[in-house]
Design a protein around this ligand. Structure first.
Ligand code: PFF
Length: 491
């Protein structure tokens, strides 16, 4: 039977796992949530949750994968009688996230091209829209994004290019594709981020952004938010953000864990992944938020509008060097998005590849990567056509929930991106992590993780802590996060 090849080095594994964690969520989610939910206080709560839940679930998932050496479906099947169906839930989550991730990844490629156009004064840059923005009293960023959303064909082409890039890397396999790309891409992302931070933080007026991000109460006192969030909602916002950001509660980390060498240290790797992801989220904040306060003080602080309107305005107003920083910035976002999307597609593909190999049919990686990419591509087209709910085909429109276009509708129905996000990030991911902690805490026993983490004499100093958390604290915290997510998406 063909051999199941894993990561060549621990560094390669770490770059791939950090790459999965570092994504759009770090850039448009974390900094804004931190600013709007108490600044430094939010950061402390986030870190406490990372220790109580993030680290615990990360070790648990890496252990499931490495112990069984299988993709998520088989891994749960081998381990548990009661929870054997959970792998499918993980794969479903990965697939749902992939749909909108590819559409957004495509948007990011479009913005790299746009800034290249600006650099050379070409027609495909944003320059042509400056006069329109002046005439309409809007901004270049708003005009560029409006025009892009109004042209679904272009969005679809870029989205499918992103799907193709993801597929090609996954076809390369773990060592030949994912590890190679992430080992170069993640350090490159880090360097680009540092350059962009230096530029952003040295702009005049940047200190306001730093105050927004770090000083508790600043956002409220300065009218950026209207109402202070209560403690409960801060905790659930931080928890929800953490799960999505660490790629937990679904199949990605289980799958990557299954390719990890038995002699590597699970505890150490889990700590590094959690720390690096948080570091990059903070760094992303230092890159985007000061720029927004300095050059587009009325711009959106989070979500797609931050990336595709506010940041484009920032580069547009930066002067001659703007397009260079624009290219660097959007390129780093493309790297962040690709390193996440490959983990999503791999989580889906690994199951079928393993099955084919076990049945002696050889490694059908190419075929399954292609099928997975076609599936993701079709739904990515729907997200592109929907143009973030602006095309009149959102779930709310189809279900007739909006009498007037300005009617408020629950988040899950506002557009197809939010609909897929609601199923994955809102329900399946927190539920997956909750059930996984119950499986370890109450069905299998935490000793299973201990045995795996120490199988070749490695240290697992945090085991006492892990045992208490996985049985009591993590499930309770996950219930809270699940409740918060349901509230956010449905009410
Ligand atoms: N962690 C990614 C982000 O923060 O954008 C999202 C994600 C990627 C979630 C991969 C899950 C996953 F498997």
């Amino acid at each position: 039977m063909e051999e199941r090849k894993g990561f060549g080095t621990n560094f390669g594994f770490l770059m791939a796992a950090v790459g999965s964690a570092v994504g759009l969520g770090n850039i448009w989610g974390f900094p804004n949530k931190m600013g709007a939910s108490g600044g430094f206080t939010f950061l402390i709560i986030y870190l406490i949750l990372a220790v109580l839940c993030g680290f615990i679930v990360m070790v648990g998932e890496l252990a499931i994968g490495r112990k069984t050496g299988k993709g998520a479906v088989e891994a749960y099947h081998v381990l548990s009688k009661k929870f054997k169906w959970m792998g499918w839930m993980g794969i479903l989550s990965a697939f749902f996230i992939l749909f909108f991730y590819c559409a957004l990844g495509g948007y990011c490629i479009k913005y790299v091209v746009l800034n290249v156009g600006d650099l050379f004064g070409a027609g495909f840059g944003s320059n042509a829209l400056a006069a329109v923005a002046d005439a309409n009293g809007t901004s270049v960023g708003a005009e560029v994004f409006g025009a892009f959303l109004g042209n679904p064909t272009e969005a679809i082409i870029y989205g499918l290019i992103f799907v193709a890039i993801t597929m090609i890397i996954v076809i390369g396999g773990i060592g030949g594709g994912i590890e190679k790309v992430c080992s170069v891409g993640m350090p490159a992302l880090f360097v680009m981020l540092v350059i962009c931070i230096i530029r952003s933080c040295t702009l005049e007026g940047a200190s306001e952004g730093l105050k927004y991000m770090f000083v508790p109460g600043w956002a409220l006192a300065n009218g950026v938010i209207k109402e202070a969030p209560d403690f409960f909602s801060v905790v659930s916002t931080a928890g929800g953000q953490m799960f999505f950001s660490l790629s937990l509660g679904m199949a990605a980390m289980i799958t990557y864990g299954s390719y990890l060498d038995k002699k590597e240290n699970l505890q150490k790797n889990a700590i590094i992944i959690v720390m690096m992801d948080t570091l990059v989220a903070l760094m992303a904040g230092l890159c985007v938020i000061p720029g927004r306060f300095a050059l587009d003080p009325t711009g959106k602080l989070g979500g797609p509008s931050l990336l595709f309107v506010t940041m484009q305005n920032v580069f547009d107003r930066m002067g001659a060097a703007g397009p260079i920083f624009g290219i660097l910035f959007y390129l780093l976002v493309v790297f962040a998005a690709v390193s996440s999307s490959i983990s999503l597609l791999e989580a889906v593909v690994a199951h079928f590849v393993d099955k084919a190999r076990d049945e002696g049919k050889g490694d059908k990686r190419k075929l399954y990567s292609l099928i997975g990419a076609i599936g993701a591509g079709i739904l990515c087209v729907i997200v592109c056509l929907d143009a973030l709910g602006n095309a009149g085909i959102s779930p709310a429109d189809i279900l007739g929930m909006r009498v007037d276009p300005s009617d408020e509708v629950p988040t899950w129905s506002a557009d197809w991106l939010d609909f897929f996000d609601c199923i994955a990030e809102g329900i399946l991911m927190p539920l997956g992590a909750l059930l996984m902690s119950i499986m370890y805490g109450w069905e299998l026993g935490p000793e299973v993780v201990h045995a795996e983490a120490t199988r070749e004499g490695q240290k697992f100093g945090a085991y006492g802590w892990f045992r208490i958390c996985i049985k009591y604290i993590t499930p309770l915290a996950m219930l809270l996060v699940l409740y918060g997510q349901i509230k956010e998406f449905f009410f």
